[in-house]
Design a protein around this ligand. Sequence first.
Ligand code: PGA
Length: 260
Amino acid sequence: MKVLILPDEQAAVDRAADIVARTVRDAPDAVLGLATGGTMLPLYETLAQRHAAGDVSFARTVSFNLDEYIGLPPEHPCSYHSYMREAFFDRVDIDPSRTHLPRGDAPDPQAAARDYEAAIERAGGIDLQLLGIGRNGHIGFNEPTASLGSRTRIKTLTDSTRQANRRYFDSFDETPRYAITMGVATILASRACLLLATGAAKADAVARMVEGPLSAACPASALQLHAKATVVLDREAAGALELVGYYETVHPEGRDTVFD
Ligand code: PGA
C-alpha cells in the first residue's frame, strides 16, 4: 500500500486530483470508479476547476459509482445520482451516457446489482477506483463483516453509517437503511485504487486499514491485498498511524518515490 501524507486537506485533495487527472490523460477512455461523501466534494471541485482551466477532459471517460441508496429514485435530491450530477457530471465534459450508478429505485434490486456487476465487466473493468473510508472502516457500503469476496449486492447499513448520513436527510427515520454497493471483491478487481481520507475523525479507521490485521471487521483493510492501492491522507487522518516516519521517508511530501 502506498501511503502518501500531505500537510493539509487541500494538499491531499490536490494530490488525489493529480492521480485522477494523470489516469485520464494517459488513457482518455479510462474507466473510473467514483465515490461520494463529504470527503470527495473538494476533490470533484478541484477536478472541475482543472477542467475549466483546460487541464483535463473527461469527454471519453467511462464511470461507475460505488453505490446508491435503495428506495431513492435518481431525481431524489439526496440520491447519489443527484450528488454526482451536482458535484461533478454537470461541471465537466463527461458524456452522461457513459456514467453509471446503481438504480436505487429498481423494481428488483438484487437483479439490478447483478446487472451492475456485469456492466462493469462488459466495460472491461475499472482502471482507477476512487474510495473514501467510513469511520467504521467501510469502503463503498461494505460495512464491517462484509465478505471480502463480495460482489455488487444489497447491504444493510449500520446505525453508525446512518447516523453519519443523517445530516443529509430530514430525520434519522428517513435516512435509508439499505444500499446497492459494489462488493469488496469488485473493488479489489479494479486495476488501481485511490483512497482519500482527511480529518482526525478518520484517523482510527485509517490506522486499522493500513496497519491493522486483514479482517472483514475493517473492510478497508482488504486493500492490503491490492497490488496498486494508494492512500492519500492529510496529517490529521494520518494521526493514528505508527509508521508515519517510514511512509514519509518512502514518499517525501507525498511524492510517488524519493526519486521524483
Ligand atoms: P465521508 O464518507 O467522506 O462523508 O466521510 C466516506 C465514506 O463513508 O466512505
